[in-house]
Design a protein. Sequence first.
Length: 149
Amino acid sequence: MQQRLCEASSLFYDIKQYKNTPTVLLCDLNDKKFSLTIDALTNHSYQDDATKGYLLHDASHQYTQEIYNPHPEAKAPTRTPTSYFLGKGNVLDYIFISRHFIKEYEERIGEVTNYTVLDAHLQENKDGSLLTSDHAQVVCELEFKEVDK
């Protein structure tokens, strides 16, 4: 855990160094959604007020997946696992984006138009294989705004 927090802190300070640079971070943090490692990159309460503009956002939260089952009791779509351990799915791989790609940010330069997890190889063998990766590919499509001339 200490090594993961050091890595996340190093990433955070590297991102902070380039204050207004749009950032996309693709990572295998080997940590679950509610962890200190992810909080170090994304949670306002983990950082001081002066760093709020540098925090990253989980790209999956910026994309609304279509629900094909309009049943009244339908729940929100669950997040697709990116890895399995002993047959249990976990989300360990992420794409984080800076505020420059957040819908609510007035000065955004683009936004997330698709978010997909390519996991067919995991569905075939959830216990892992020496021939294929034990992680799914996480894909995020960004559409950039047209620049006024």
